[in-house]
Design a protein around this ligand. Structure first.
Ligand SMILES: CC(C)(COP(=O)(O)OP(=O)(O)OC[C@H]1O[C@@H](n2cnc3c(N)ncnc32)[C@H](O)[C@@H]1OP(=O)(O)O)[C@@H](O)C(=O)NCCC(=O)NCCS
Length: 177
């Protein structure tokens, strides 16, 4: 089985990712989740409870040829439970406090010329196991029902479609530790 080394992205790595992430066959599937590539202090909901944005973790798998951009990118926006006295508004002040349990909204992409080489299959478990996300209890991924590749890699890693997910269109998948 293939494994990948998923590491925290540097500014230079992100410049490399930016050279390919806009490929139409990639962008087609990223939809709303693409906004997590530009971290913002927004909010999220889990099981009807409002959560505040804690941080965004951006990770890459580097190409063996360092002259080439990273072969894969994964991003996790981490959200936490508001500490007593913290109000979750549309945007969060820098000093807003959030505690466990944490959840993360994730997205991932493989460089177009590297598809179908098992990188995606290795990437998702590496994301779930990454030390930077050790405190995250629940991972969410929004996947279009027609996105066969993403469904396969997510399901292989243990994600399951939410029970109320529609049969077609955008569906939410969940992985619980
Ligand atoms: C989804 C994605 C990450 C898969 O990466 P990958 O490295 O090509 O995936 P793998 O090579 O590990 O393939 C895993 C399985 O999916 C299948 N697959 C890959 N691409 C596929 C596609 N476009 N359509 C249908 N099946 C596909 C493979 O055949 C393989 O099937 P198997 O396990 O039955 O043998 C990649 O296609 C991608 O970056 N897509 C665009 C971005 C995206 O959709 N991100 C997810 C949004 S959260």
């Amino acid at each position: 089985m293939r494994t990948v080394s998923l590491i925290l992205a540097t500014e230079n790595d992100m410049k490399g990712v930016a050279t390919w992430i806009g490929h139409p066959e990639i962008l087609r599937w990223l939809g709303d989740t693409f906004k997590v590539t530009t971290p913002s202090r927004d909010r999220s909901e889990l099981d009807g409870q409002r959560r505040g944005h804690v941080r965004t973790v951006q990770l890459v798998v580097r190409d063996q040829d360092r002259a080439q951009p990273p072969v894969a990118y994964a991003c996790a926006a981490v959200y936490g439970t508001p500490a007593p006295g913290t109000v979750v508004g549309a945007t969060q002040p820098e000093d807003a406090e959030y505690t466990a349990p944490f959840h993360a909204s994730v997205m991932y992409a493989v460089r177009r010329d590297c598809w179908e080489d098992r990188i995606g299959t290795a990437l998702v478990p590496a994301l779930l196991e990454h030390a930077e996300l050790a405190e995250v209890a629940v991972f969410l991924a929004g996947i279009d029902s027609e996105n066969g590749g993403s469904r396969k890699v997510a399901e292989a890693a243990g994600f399951v479609a939410e029970p109320d997910a529609p049969a077609t269109g955008h569906r939410m998948y969940r992985f619980t530790r």
